[in-house]
Design a protein around this ligand. Sequence first.
Ligand code: NDP
Length: 285
Amino acid sequence: MADLLKGKPVADAMKAELIKKVEMLQAKGLAPKLGIIRVGERPDDLFYEGGAKKTCAALGMDSEVFEYPENIGQEAFEAAVIKVGQMKGVHGILMFSPLPKHLNEKKIRTLIPVEKDVDCLTTGGAAKIFTDDPTGFPPCTPTACMDMLRHFDIPIKGKKCVVVGRSLVVGKPLAMLLLREHGTVTICHSRTENLPEVCQNADILIAAVGKAKMIKGNFVKPGQIVIDVGINPDPANPGKYCGDVDFAEVEPVVQKISPVPAGVGSVTTWVLCKQTIMACEMQNA
Ligand code: NDP
């Protein structure tokens, strides 16, 4: 039976540390604040927003939602994003994506100040990650994966790390973060040949595919660490979620595995707050 890498102990440890940081900032007269920009009312966005607000409150930090109607025009939305970006009291910005199709998201992303880009939505933010600039904030999910590995003392240096998925939000930045920690990184995608074999060769296997239970028993071997980033509707259990890893097949084989739910997903909003607190510290250094 594999050890379960649950998100809660990681979040709990982070919480204790972040509360102290918020108190230290407050003692200096600073109130770290997350600004959340949302267009429309997509259920996924509302769910994440609720979690983010709750996490901010648990840390004693502020959050404010800037909400716009689904049919807002490009010009009006650009002006709104610029305004939020200029607010001195807002230190970190999360903007839900994708935006409605009539909006030029690429252009709008450029309006978020890089120093407030706590979820790596801007090209400037991504450049910082790819150039190992410590003032950059990686997207929250890859950071959560790294925080999980660190919390559970899983060595990365020199280890074979296989990341399945090459999105800008998870796979690519995660590969850069693993590389920063001296992992030997392989990035896989939909055209990778012999995927099960490549995955079996990993010491640390991270699945960020977006396909329910795609990583099967024949993708893994004993001794491996498996981190499952996926959040998918579970085809076998309507209304429930499952990961990209077929837990029933993989868990009996590997050494450690993060479950879905209660794994990586339960760490991401804490990372969002952590990075907002860091942004507040940097903006007032
Ligand atoms: P994307 O759809 O943007 O990217 C999926 C990646 O998986 C692509 O690079 C794609 O390859 C690759 N892929 C798809 N099918 C296969 C296949 N059969 N074999 C190998 N590779 C494949 O997804 P995201 O990166 O945004 O998200 C990945 C998962 O993580 C999703 O389940 C999502 O819900 C979850 N997620 C979880 C979060 C959390 O907080 N836990 C936050 C964000 C996402 P190609 O590039 O060739 O198309």
